[in-house]
Ligand binder design. Structure first.
Ligand code: 6GU
Length: 243
C-alpha cells in the first residue's frame, strides 16, 4: 500500500516510522511519503491560509496551494488513491472504515489546520471523479488533522497481511464481533492477593470461550450500551440472549 500525507507539519508524522508501522515500511508492505504543503506556495511568506469569506474567527486554507499540491502528489503514482480529509465535521472513522481502507492500494491524507480547507478543494477533486472521504476520529476538536492521521494510519496498517505477527489478534479485536474485549490475565496465578479467574486455568475450552463471551457482553453493556443495541439479533446466540 502507498500512503501519502500532505501537511504543513511534516515532522508531526515522524512517529509513523516507529514500531509496528516502521517495521511495515522497512518490510516494504507500506510505502510512506510525507509532503510539506508549503512546497507548493509561490510567495515569500509561503502563506497557506487566508481570512474566511463571510467573516468569523480563524483562517481557511487557500485552495490554490492545495490544488497544486494534490495534482503533484497524485501524479507521483499511477494508482488513484482514496483521498482522506480529516475534519471534526466528517463522518465517523470506525473499525469498518479501517477494514475498507486496508483493501485500498493507495491512500492520500490531506491535513487541514486552522478552520479547515476551502471546500472547493474537496468539491473539485470529487468533480474529477476522485473518491474523497471527510472523516472525524471522535467527538472532540483537535488543532489539525495530523494527530488523526497517526491514529487512522495505525488502525489501517495493522490490518494489512503480514504486519501483525499473529493475524488472529486482528480477527479477535474489540469491535470485530461488535463487542468490547473482556479482561486478560497472565502469570502469576495470584498477585497481591488477586487470583486469576478459575475457569481460565481449567483447560475447558468451551467453558473458557463462554466465559470470555459473557465478560465481553457484560463490559459492552456497561461501557458501550450503544454497541450492544446496534448488534443484529443474529449476532447473538442463545446463551447471549439469556445473559
Ligand atoms: Cl479528523 N480533525 C480535527 N482537526 N479534529 C478532529 C478530528 C479530525 N476528529 C476529531 N476531532
Amino acid at each position: 500500500m502507498r500512503i501519502d500525507v500532505i501537511t504543513i507539519f511534516p515532522g508531526y508524522l515522524a512517529p509513523l516510522r516507529e514500531a509496528l508501522l516502521g517495521r511495515a515500511i522497512a518490510a516494504g508492505l507500506v510505502d510512506l511519503d510525507v509532503h510539506d504543503l508549503r512546497d507548493w506556495t509561490h510567495d515569500v511568506h509561503q502563506a497557506v491560509d487566508d481570512a474566511p469569506y463571510g467573516g468569523g474567527p480563524g483562517m481557511v486554507m487557500r485552495p490554490q496551494v492545495w490544488g497544486e499540491a494534490l495534482d503533484a502528489v497524485l501524479a507521483r503514482d499511477a494508482r488513484t488513491p482514496r483521498i482522506v480529509v480529516p475534519t471534526p465535521a466528517g463522518r465517523p472513522f470506525t473499525q469498518a472504515t479501517a477494514q475498507e481502507w486496508a483493501g485500498a492500494e493507495r491512500l492520500l491524507f490531506a491535513c487541514g489546520r486552522y478552520e479547515g480547507i476551502d471546500q472547493r478543494v474537496v468539491d473539485d477533486a470529487r468533480g474529477r471523479g476522485l473518491p474523497v472521504d471527510e472523516v472525524s476520529i471522535g467527538d472532540y476538536v483537535l488543532v489539525g488533522g495530523e494527530a488523526a492521521v497517526l491514529v487512522m494510519v495505525e488502525a489501517v496498517v495493522r490490518l494489512l497481511p503480514g504486519v501483525l505477527g499473529n493475524p488472529a489478534s486482528a480477527e479477535q479485536d474489540s469491535f470485530s464481533d461488535g463487542l468490547l474485549e473482556g479482561p486478560a490475565y497472565t502469570r502469576p496465578e495470584t498477585w497481591r492477593g488477586l487470583a486469576v479467574p478459575e475457569v481460565l486455568r481449567s483447560g475447558n475450552h468451551a467453558a473458557i470461550a463462554r466465559w470470555r463471551r459473557d465478560r465481553a457482553l457484560e463490559r459492552t453493556a456497561q461501557r458501550r450500551p450503544d454497541l450492544l443495541a446496534a448488534l443484529p439479533e443474529r449476532a447473538l446466540d442463545k446463551a447471549d440472549r439469556a445473559f
